[in-house]
Design a protein around this ligand. Structure first.
Ligand SMILES: Cc1cc2nc3c(=O)[nH]c(=O)nc-3n(C[C@H](O)[C@H](O)[C@H](O)COP(=O)(O)OP(=O)(O)OC[C@H]3O[C@@H](n4cnc5c(N)ncnc54)[C@H](O)[C@@H]3O)c2cc1C
Length: 513
């Protein structure tokens, strides 16, 4: 079992020489770049965590294709237990880091595992064995692979092949005997500056005309022709941000210019009919993961809100309105997490042999959290008071002219030192009312797909037609109050027997392919 430590992970990044820009300047070495440190710390935590005996039960998994023990974040899920362990693992890590990011590797691997199997079955290609080979390499070297799926897209009303600028979507520009060349822009890639490699995946359904946009492959982060223009991770260097100056997420725009990919790293090459399946499968795995991630963030809000109430000198047991707000917060977090649990329990084994979470529950959980993130912030803010955004800067904590004067402001509960009250207030500001706080809102809404995409998927997968049949059966048997018919057994309603109900056009629940 090769499990790197966070230190090993940092050292491994030094072996790459990517072309990265942050805030207008070229990054010499990502590991030494302070603007990226909170992101590297967060991914580093996924490495250290897996080496701790107390987390081993859910952080380590056995890879069925090799029998080796690997970090769960580079593993193919095989059963319900795997999905539940993944949720727990993601939640636990996001309690510590806000966003652990590395789970993207697992979501990409699981989607590609299914999708390559599907293409091979339909077309006789050998993508699945290529993927398994690459996956073993990733596992043996304990790598982190980011996901480059969301294209720049251009005019949203046009298909990729209709765009004024073809580079709006990443596509194949040359097919060579030894591989392909790809060009185009992927707009939002989490952790791009500090991953080892990227999975490039199609981000939508495609038509025959879009054939060249049907490309899935794996690219090292320092591939020639790849430029990453990234944002700082979290709030680096901001002393008032205890949390997000230590942990945060950078995202990068990835510009591919004739990047060469050898065939052993290509998993889709023009099979446009399979692009939608890959996109949707990835989305399903990832939305399930998002539920665990935001539950971890919710845990931070629940804990910080309870502490803020206490530091204000109040007892939430004795104050019904505070207790109600706390229950609302708990209800919100645990409701969407329960959808994640349901998605795991009702997950289905695919023909490829991995398990896919139930899509209705994973999409519902993601939709619930996307809608309720603002309520979570509101609840944490309402129980805390205005101090969270008005408390003077930490520099005053050591200013001899002001620190004593502020002591009165900060003294509330006699049992709680003013410094503790300040620390909790600043944490709540960081998580809900800072630039990083707003970032948690937007990632909850759009990360893993916009709410409209989630709703489409719920409607597509939900068995509405089954429910119609249910009611039709009730009516036929006279259960419905408007029915004149007396209860009858099937086939005995008339001389000729029952007629099967007419086919409805409403969507049937999809069976696993
Ligand atoms: C913090 C963060 C991290 C992310 N990390 C990653 C990552 O690691 N990898 C990755 O690949 N992606 C990542 N994403 C991207 C995420 O999946 C997208 O933001 C999401 O799918 C929405 O796409 P978009 O941002 O391009 O918005 P748009 O597609 O521009 O959507 C904006 C609005 O327009 C609507 N809309 C869009 N197209 C149409 C249309 N044709 N018809 C009607 N309505 C339309 C949408 O429903 C939405 O309401 C990340 C996003 C965020 C915010």
């Amino acid at each position: 079992m090769n499990l790197m430590s966070s230190q090993d992970y940092c050292e491994s990044l030094r072996e790459y020489n990517p072309s990265i820009y942050v805030r207008g300047a070229k990054v010499k070495n990502v590991v030494d770049e302070p603007q990226l440190a909170p992101g590297i710390n967060a991914i580093g935590m996924t490495y250290d965590f897996a080496r701790m005996a107390e987390h081993r039960e859910y952080a380590i998994a056995t890879q069925h294709t090799s029998g080796k023990s690997v970090n769960r974040f580079v593993h193919i899920n095989r059963n319900t237990e795997d999905l539940l362990s993944k949720l727990e693992y993601v939640r636990a890590l996001c309690q510590l880091t806000g966003c652990a990011m590395r789970y993207l590797t697992m979501d990409g691997l699981n989607a590609l595992f299914q999708s390559t199997y599907r293409i091979d079955t339909a077309l006789g290609t050998e993508y699945n064995s290529r993927l398994v080979e690459q996956m073993h390499r990733i596992q043996d070297n304990d790598l982190t692979v980011g996901i480059a799926m969301t294209d720049a897209k251009g005019d949203r009303s046009l298909r990729p092949s209709e765009q004024r600028k073809p580079d709006s979507h990443v596509h194949i520009v040359a097919r060579r005997p030894d591989g392909i060349e790809i060009s185009g822009v992927k707009a939002i890639v989490t952790a791009a500056p500090y991953v080892h490699e990227l999975f490039v995946l199609p981000g939508r359904n495609l038509t025959r005309e879009d054939k060249d946009f049907a490309v899935a492959c794996q690219v090292p982060i320092d591939a020639q022709g790849l430029t990453i223009i990234a944002r700082p991770a979290g709030r680096p260097g901001d002393v008032s941000a205890e949390f997000s100056s230590r942990f945060g997420q950078s995202t990068g725009v990835c510009v591919f210019e004739n990047v060469f990919v050898p065939y052993d790293r290509v998993f889709m090459c023009g099979e446009w009919e399979h692009a939608e399946h890959l996109t949707k499968t990835y989305a399903n795995h990832h939305r399930h993961t998002c539920i665990g991630a935001r539950a971890g963030f919710g845990d931070l809000l629940i804990g910080a809100s309870a502490m803020m109430i206490e530091t204000n000198g109040l007892d939430m047991q004795a104050e019904p309105h505070l207790q109600e707000s706390m229950v609302e917060l708990i209800k919100t977090v645990e409701s969407f997490y329960a959808c994640g649990v349901s998605a795991s329990v009702y997950g289905k084994t695919t023909e490829a042999g991995n398990i896919e979470p139930d899509a209705v529950y994973s999409n519902l959980g993601k939709l619930l959290l996307a809608h309720s993130i603002y309520d979570m912030h509101r609840l944490a803010n309402s129980v805390s008071g205005g101090l969270i955004v008005t408390l003077p800067h930490p520099d005053e904590d050591h200013n001899p002219d002001t620190m004593d004067k502020l002591d009165t402001l900060m003294s509330a509960s006699p049992d709680i030192p003013p410094q503790r009250r300040a620390a909790v207030a600043r944490l709540i500001e960081d998580l809900t009312a800072s630039q990083a706080g707003a970032w948690y809102s937007v990632i909850s809404v759009h990360g893993g797909g916009s709410p409209a995409a989630l709703k489409r998927e719920i409607f597509r997968k939900y068995p509405v037609a089954d429910k119609v049949e249910l009611v039709e059966r009730l009516i036929e048997r006279g259960v419905h109050p408007d029915s004149a018919a007396k209860p009858v057994q099937p086939g005995q309603c008339c001389d000729t027997g029952c007629q099967p109900p007419e086919q409805t056009t409403l969507p049937k629940r999809e069976r696993p392919e």
